[in-house]
Design a protein. Sequence first.
Length: 164
Amino acid sequence: MIQAVARTIETTLPSPSASVPPSQTTEKGVATILIVDDDEMERRLLQSALEGLYELRFAANGRIAEEILEKDTIDLVVTDLAMPEVNGLRLIRGLRDKGDDVPIIAISGVAAEQLDLAQDYGARIVLFKPVQRDRFLEAVRVSLARRRRWDYWSPGGERPPPGA
């Protein structure tokens, strides 16, 4: 199972030699990242990797994340999959069903099948817990760089389909 996830990750992220600008900003300024995880220790670990580089928001489950996404402009969502109330899969599917193309990184330590589903539902990158810090930071940079390219790619507001 874990090998299947590793292959998914490798095919989702470019090789380290690929040229991806370390985009920490958007056209509006510093990128805002929403971290969604019911485990406070996991939220703190992700926070420690991103603190000082990005503006951060936090939610303990998908329901709270949905409320934040309704009122704030979020440039990237990093979500765990196994959570109470609204889990990560429901959050991802709900965002895509609404047409929201915010980049999503799904993280889970439960089952590889859940990560595969997350990707099917619209997560652009999936990572298995425990997440390696350098791999996580690269996933964030890639996700934000792709979003930034899309903003320049289509000034009229049209975007490529989710997952492109």
